[in-house]
Design a protein around this ligand. Structure first.
Ligand code: SF4
Length: 146
């Protein structure tokens, strides 16, 4: 029987793909899924390189956008396209585990900012939000809920 498949945020697997060039390796997750087929996922690094400018979720007029921290560039559409392209190539997976608090990967834990960069809420990052719509029956977990 082939192993179950899990998508995991690549920085949790030890990849140095965070905006600051570091990793957030999570040994608990590596141990929990060692018998699974692991599919690494990072939408930001292929688009913007590593290291790169930080991004934030900014809420304006009830709509969330992904905006770069210094240059105020709206990268929402670019990320949407990258994430959808990843999902379309992998329609069948059994679970998804994503990095906490990330503007892309956070599952309910991502700080949502107003234009003045004050935290006004916490919610999903852009990848978690899209994955929830596309993988309707799949368990999408925050890294700390594994
Ligand atoms: S949290 Fe997601 S987007 Fe950010 S470095 Fe990790 S895998 Fe990439």
């Amino acid at each position: 029987m082939s192993p179950k498949k899990v998508i995991i945020s690549a920085c949790l697997l030890g990849e140095n793909c965070r905006y600051d060039g570091k990793t957030k390796i999570n040994q608990n997750i590596l141990d929990a899924y060692k018998a699974w087929e692991i599919i690494p996922f990072c939408p930001e690094a292929p688009l913007f390189g590593t290291p790169r400018e930080k991004i934030n979720v900014i809420r304006e007029d009830k709509s969330d956008k992904i905006i770069t921290d210094k240059n105020n560039r709206d990268v929402t559409k670019l990320l949407e396209k990258e994430i959808l392209s990843f999902i379309n190539k992998r329609p069948y997976v059994d679970e998804i585990v994503l990095k906490s608090k990330s503007p892309s990967c956070g599952v309910g834990t991502t700080p949502i900012l107003d234009k003045g960069k004050n935290i006004i809420d916490h919610g999903d990052g852009i990848a978690a939000a899209i994955m929830k719509k596309k993988y309707l029956t799949i368990d999408i977990k925050d890294e700390n809920k594994v």
